[in-house]
Design a protein around this ligand. Structure first.
Ligand code: ADP
Ligand code: ADP
Length: 236
């Protein structure tokens, strides 16, 4: 499992400063939840961790290695960035499955393309991963024939199949009907229990309070509090 060190990070969208001197240590094997009002910079901070967004100042290190830059102001090659991203999985609010592929093919695709597995080997592995998220009986379903909760579990299985050392979740349950949220949170809990380093942007305060090891609260681009769930939610 990876650790992440965010140090004095600034991020601008044009003249607008979305992150203001953010520093945060994300310990290996723990769950960190990013919470705060809409527009406070949670998603931006998460996306900086795999360099889907470029940060403008400061450092983000994964296991001590700077992501996105070789040195301050000098961007890393696309090849090196791809290499670093191989150990980082990401799950989005919209499930982003390939609509023309079955659940099993969605999971197998990356194993073939990135890992160079044979198709049969990748399909077998995909079946195993889908079994772990409770979808052993949905291998042949296309995304349009799955509920939102099932689609999101396929997306998680697809990310986990790549054996990441860090998983980033951007509001993974926000697009789901309320009755489907629990099945996705349960899969995430199992992943946490297995020792995955997880960073989760969420509005699910129950999850943050009961599953997170650490909660970081953002407001207007600033990290205003970092504490245990007890410290954040039961403060006087
Ligand atoms: P949150 O995830 O907390 O809702 P975001 O990180 O999505 O917040 O956005 C933080 C702020 O940055 C918001 O004011 C948002 O409008 C702005 N923002 C996000 N993405 C962009 C972008 N691509 N261009 C300009 N402004 C953006
Ligand atoms: P979310 O709340 O899930 O972050 P948003 O509607 O805020 O969704 O953002 C959707 C997309 O639009 C993201 O890629 C984000 O970076 C971009 N975005 C958000 N705010 C702005 C903005 N003010 N200007 C330009 N792009 C934005």
């Amino acid at each position: 499992a990876s650790s992440v060190e965010v140090r004095n990070v600034d991020k601008f969208y044009g003249p607008f400063q979305a992150l203001k001197n953010v520093s945060l240590s994300i310990p290996a094997g723990k769950v960190t939840c990013l919470i705060g009002p809409s527009g406070s910079g949670k998603s931006t901070l998460l996306r900086c961790m795999n360099f889907l967004e470029e940060y403008d100042r400061g450092e983000i290190r994964i296991d001590g290695k700077l992501i996105g830059y070789d040195a301050p102001g000098r961007k890393m090659s696309a090849r090196n960035l791809r290499q670093m991203r191989r150990s980082i999985g990401m799950v989005f609010q919209q499930f982003n499955l390939w609509p023309h592929m079955t659940a099993q093919e969605n999971v197998a695709e990356g194993l073939v393309r990135v890992r160079g597995m044979s198709k049969p080997e990748a399909m077998a592995r995909a079946a195993t991963e889908l079994g772990k998220v409770g979808l052993a009986d949905k291998l042949g379903n296309y995304p349009s024939r799955l509920s939102g909760g099932q689609q999101q579990r396929v997306a998680i299985a697809r990310a986990v199949a790549m054996e990441p050392k860090l998983m980033l979740f951007d509001e993974p349950t926000s697009a789901l009907d309320p009755e489907l949220v629990g099945e996705v949170l349960n899969v995430m809990k199992a992943l946490a229990a297995a020792g995955m380093t997880m960073v989760v942007v969420t509005h699910e305060m129950g999850f943050a309070a009961h599953v997170a090891d650490q909660v970081a609260f953002l407001e207007k681009g600033e990290l205003v509090a970092v504490d245990s769930p007890a410290g954040i939610f039961h403060a006087p």
